[in-house]
Write a protein that binds this ligand. Structure first.
Ligand SMILES: Nc1ncnc2c1ncn2[C@@H]1O[C@H](COP(=O)(O)OP(=O)(O)OP(=O)(O)O)[C@@H](O)[C@H]1O
Ligand SMILES: [Mg+2]
Length: 312
């Protein structure tokens, strides 16, 4: 079974307005709240695809009960550690006139060393369930959590025989890959900034990816937004160009991709299919409005359409 870990949950508040006035009075037309977080998004997609998943992470004492209730309504049972503080709110202001969204993302309430230790103990206990064979470690972390956190967590998971899919950026990512996750899924920006590359050619990307694989990482899936995605493993490299023209929202595309990849891995499918399933799930989310993610129906539709090609 797949398990996801969310260190930095959030409540996405989407407000729509007509015509954005910077420094002026903006009247809100509609508002909605979504309970979210990177790992939680992966769980939501897996759940919508009918794949069993456990959802672990951090929750907070002040508004955590409402947060959990909101997730329960989506069919997600959040088995979280309760920390002091409140789940952060991210405000998204969508201008109906040009459909441009402005985001105001808060930092999570800080975690102290004792809380991090207690959370980690609980998490490792949860992940040691023999039913769980794969841990998805994804997203940012609250203040107070060291940059080595995902590296240590990845190493601990691997010690107890669990596969690890790591999707993080910056120092968390760079440190994390040192513990040799089975899969990493940076987007192009994250990949370029982590390795100091600028507009790399396909050859340069492949060279860097192979270097990372020689260092012990199993598979790299590089997502490139509208340019599609590439996967590199010991068996070779495949690419999936993206030709979606009916994109409604790119929110959660990367998280959906991770969920799709997990499905293929659980089925024991080859590298090319891990990429294909990832893109199928991403596409299934892209054609849905706002924060809505891939459904089983969308997955089945794109399963017939998405093609991958050898990249080496
Ligand atoms: N504008 C787009 N047009 C076509 N396909 C897209 C577009 N944006 C994303 N995709 C598809 O979704 C996949 C994942 O998207 P992206 O590379 O944006 O991930 P990400 O930056 O990790 O996203 P997230 O914000 O969810 O973390 C891409 O590899 C591509 O297949
Ligand atoms: Mg991402």
């Amino acid at each position: 079974m797949i398990a996801t870990v969310t260190m930095n949950p959030c409540i996405d508040k989407t407000l729509t307005i007509r015509g954005f006035s910077y420094g002026g009075l903006n009247r809100v037309q509609t508002k909605r709240s979504d309970f979210s977080g990177k790992g939680i998004n992966v769980s939501i997609v897996l759940n919508q695809l009918g794949i069993p998943v456990r959802t672990f992470g951090i929750n907070y004492t002040k508004n955590g009960q409402d947060f959990s209730k909101g997730l329960e309504a989506l069919g997600i049972h959040y088995e979280a550690y309760m920390a002091e503080g409140a789940v952060r709110e991210n405000i998204k202001v969508m201008n109906e006139e040009d459909r441009v969204t402005t985001e105001l993302n808060q930092k999570g309430d800080p975690l102290d060393a004792e809380t991090i230790r207690a959370f980690t103990d609980q998490l490792m206990e949860q992940l040691s369930d023999p039913e769980i064979d794969m841990a998805v470690i994804t997203g940012s972390v609250p203040q107070g959590v060291p940059a080595s956190f995902y590296r240590d967590l990845t190493a601990a998971c691997r010690r107890i025989g669990k596969k690890v899919i790591l999707d993080a950026e910056g120092e968390l990512f760079l440190e994390g890959i040192q513990a040799c996750p089975d899969v990493i899924k940076p987007n192009l920006y994250e990949f370029e900034t982590a390795f100091g590359l600028e507009n790399p050619s396909r050859e340069e990307i492949l060279r860097k990816a192979r270097e990372i694989i020689d260092g012990g990482v199993g598979i790299i899936c590089l997502s490139m937004g509208a340019e599609g995605a590439m996967i590199v493993g010991r068996e070779g490299a495949w690419i999936c160009p993206s030709d979606r023209i009916d994109v409604r929202s790119t929110q959660g595309a990367g998280d959906s991709m991770v969920a799709g990849m997990c499905v293929a891995m659980e089925k024991g499918l080859p590298l090319s299919e891990i990429l294909r399933y990832g893109v199928i799930a991403a596409d299934g989310s892209l054609i849905r409005e706002g924060t809505q993610l891939c459904t089983r129906e969308n997955f089945e539709r794109f399963r017939k359409e998405v093609r991958v090609f050898r990249a080496d």
